[in-house]
Design a protein around this ligand. Structure first.
Ligand SMILES: Cc1cc2nc3c(=O)[nH]c(=O)nc-3n(C[C@H](O)[C@H](O)[C@H](O)COP(=O)(O)OP(=O)(O)OC[C@H]3O[C@@H](n4cnc5c(N)ncnc54)[C@H](O)[C@@H]3O)c2cc1C
Length: 629
């Protein structure tokens, strides 16, 4: 049979319209490239495979960074969120994160519409089976029906590559429950020379709300008012609904223990490694035998459905055991499962095969983003997606790629971890992975990244004008707080008393007063009001910048040191086999990973500080020699 070739050459072809693919395609099209988005089903664009929620600890930071760069995830959850909460409000601002439950169907519908309406972006339902590669450069893709030509290709295939679903002792192929898998693409990658690994993840059952006794559970109210994710959203209009909390108990655990051998995970049916930090309920019972109960968040999947997601009880038990164990849980005594829990194994490409731009080292113009790189989570996927989309366009233009470093963004931490260290289990983001987390807060993601988004053409005039105004107001208010000085007179001491803080003994600026732990910006504003009303985002920023000034300054000093090492670029042609004195392990890993800088080299496991010292000297000598020649 003769293969038909579609009569257009695209700049960027994106394979897969999940969370990575949508961001990649939108970013590339908004930068002016001709983009084709191919996906197995148009009815599952931006489908939430697991939890119908965006954000959470460290993930909220990623979403705000995507937004600051001009991405879509934050805007989409603002349009479709039904339960917003700011997490960790009692802790410091570095670890505060936003999270919102989505109306799952609406999340898909809104993203689909955004994709359909985007200029220069075409979306088609197709299954990609192979890649067209000539002389080490990607030229397009081959689907079940025809060939599409493109200057760059981004693969964002999620859990679909040879997806194998397990429910107890039943296993069948599928990319997600009810959806086909992509059976041929990972073989095509292997033929091209890529290393392919296998990972596993799992999801809990969805149940019918009419079979739940919510009165037996603890109610959890959303924040009022809901705080939007996007820097360009004024307010969230959608009705907000509560979630509920319940717990497993000894009876539940006993049923799980008794049936452990019937779990696909423990019967040996599942061979691959799952997410350590998102374990199945049977994993939790085995790993923490002394724990008397495990919490289950009972979360609605939408406003127009009775489907409920049981967060915390992911399992690969057979359906009869799922029913039996659920019915021991308060509020779930008469529960009816609508969709069973399941585990899935899938192919992924170990991410040390990528450059920090997310382009593969093996095939020029080919990029990977999302779960195919061994990550887990919508936000991690979307973060890689937007970077891959941007870098595909920069590649076509012959410009330098956008590489965010570890001190600029969680996105930088994520990609650096992946390409430098790789991963042999599903990787998810945590605040503890970011060494400069005091400066990588979600509240300042726009201050860190929006200029970059604007330069790339991804931030519109209105958003940029708003951002510039915010920056101006912050600077203005910081200056006012520094200029206004209080003197220890009876009037001031009376105000101190009303504020509930100690009298002052020396002249003091408002800025120094705000540094006192018991003094909030709200108090300063009440007693010493600024000349104009400030948006809450400005007040929050001023308060954080003043209160954490000392810590932030110390972290900025560390960042200066870090950047010095990052600026020591190692050209790709540098030959590690000629460096005398480094360990064999270091030589092997440096040659394989080809770090971009001495900084990145120093983070490769097995490369010691001694290796780095020798490498720096060798690199200097090599550069001098190159200059002479
Ligand atoms: C069962 C299950 C449980 C999960 N549990 C968790 C969890 O507990 N915590 C967590 O954070 N994350 C979890 N996830 C992961 C989360 O869903 C993913 O990390 C996230 O969706 C990845 O985004 P992505 O864009 O990389 O891929 P996906 O969202 O999976 O999207 C991939 C897209 O690519 C398309 N596609 C695939 N192959 C082809 C092809 N050959 N041709 C054309 N189109 C193709 C698919 O149709 C799909 O639209 C789970 C996923 C599943 C399936």
């Amino acid at each position: 049979m003769r293969m038909i070739t579609y009569d257009k050459i695209y700049d960027v072809i994106v394979v897969g319209a999940g969370h990575a693919g949508c961001e990649a395609a939108l970013a590339a099209a908004r930068m002016g490239a001709e983009v084709l988005l191919l996906t197995i089903s148009l009815d599952t664009i931006a489908q939430m495979s697991c939890n119908p929620a965006i954000g959470g600890l460290a993930k909220g930071q990623l979403v705000k960074e995507i937004d600051a760069l001009g991405g879509e995830m934050a805007k989409n959850i603002d349009k479709t969120g039904i339960h917003f909460r700011l997490l960790n409000t009692k802790k410091g601002p570095a670890v505060r994160s936003s999270r919102a439950q989505a109306d799952k169907k609406l999340y898909h519908v809104e993203m689909k519409r955004t994709i359909e309406e985007q200029k220069k972006l075409e979306v088609k339902q197709e299954v990609v089976e192979d890649l067209i590669v000539e002389d080490g450069r990607v030229k397009g893709v081959i689907t079940k029906t025809c060939a599409f030509l493109g200057r760059t290709v981004i693969l964002t295939t999620g859990t679909f590559l040879k997806g194998l679903i397990h429910i107890g002792d039943t296993s069948f192929v599928g990319g997600r429950l009810g959806e086909p898998s992509a059976e041929n693409l990972s073989d095509a990658l292997r033929r091209l020379g890529f290393e392919i690994g296998r990972l596993k993840t799992g999801t809990p059952p969805r149940v019918n709300a009419k079979s739940i006794d919510f009165k037996a559970m603890t109610i959890q109210y959303p924040d009022d008012p809901p705080r939007p994710f996007s820097f360009s959203t004024d307010r969230v209009d959608r009705p907000q609904v509560p979630c509920y909390l319940t717990y497993t108990n000894e009876r539940t655990h006993e049923i799980i223990r008794r049936n452990l051998k019937r779990s696909a995970r423990f019967s040996g049916r599942i061979k691959s490694v799952g997410p350590r930090y998102c374990p199945s309920i049977e994993d939790k019972i085995v790993r923490f035998p002394d724990k008397e109960r495990h919490q289950i968040f009972v979360e609605p999947e939408g406003l127009d459905t009775l489907e409920i997601y049981l967060n915390g009880i992911s399992t690969s038990m057979p359906v009869d055991v799922q029913v039996e164990m659920l019915r021991t849980i308060p509020g779930l005594e008469r529960v009816e499962i609508m969709r069973p829990a399941y585990a899935i194994e899938y192919d992924f490409a170990p991410p040390t095969q990528l450059k920090p731009s997310l382009e593969t080292k093996l095939v020029e113009g080919l990029f990977f983003a999302g779960q195919i790189n061994g990550t887990s989570g919508y936000e991690e996927a979307a973060a890689q997606g937007i970077i891959a989309g941007i870098n595909a366009v920069l590649k076509i233009r012959g410009e330098e790629p956008l590489i965010l470093d570890r001190s600029q963004a969680y996105i930088g931490v994520l990609i650096d971890d992946l390409v430098t260290k790789g991963t042999d289990e599903p990787y998810r983001m945590f605040t503890s992975r970011a060494e400069y987390r005091l400066v990588l807060r979600e509240d300042n993601a726009d201050l860190r990244l929006m200029e970059i988004g604007r330069r790339l053409g991804l931030i519109d005039d209105e958003t940029y004008a708003r951002f510039s105004m915010k920056k101006r107001l912050i600077a203005q208010e910081m200056e006012r707080l520094q200029e206004i000085k209080l003197y220890p007179n009876p009037e001031t001491q009376q105000i101190m008393k009303e504020m509930g803080t100690a009298p002052i003994s020396q002249p003091m600026t408002l800025r120094d007063l705000l540094k006192r732990p018991e003094v909030s910006y709200r108090m300063i504003e009440r007693f010493f009001p600024p000349s104009q009303e400030m948006p809450w985002q400005v007040k929050e920023q001023v308060e954080i910048q003043v209160k954490y000034e000392g810590y932030i300054r110390r972290q900025e000093e560390q960042i200066k040191q870090f950047r010095k090492m990052e600026r020591m670029i190692i050209p790709p042609e540098f030959d590690y086999s000629k460096v005398k004195g480094i360990s064999n392990e270091a030589r092997e890993k440096l040659s394989r990973i080809k770090p971009r800088s001495i900084g990145q080299a120093s983070r490769i496991s097995g490369v010691s500080p001694a290796d780095i010292s020798i490498l720096m000297i060798a690199l200097e000598a090599w550069k001098r020699r190159m200059n002479r020649e």
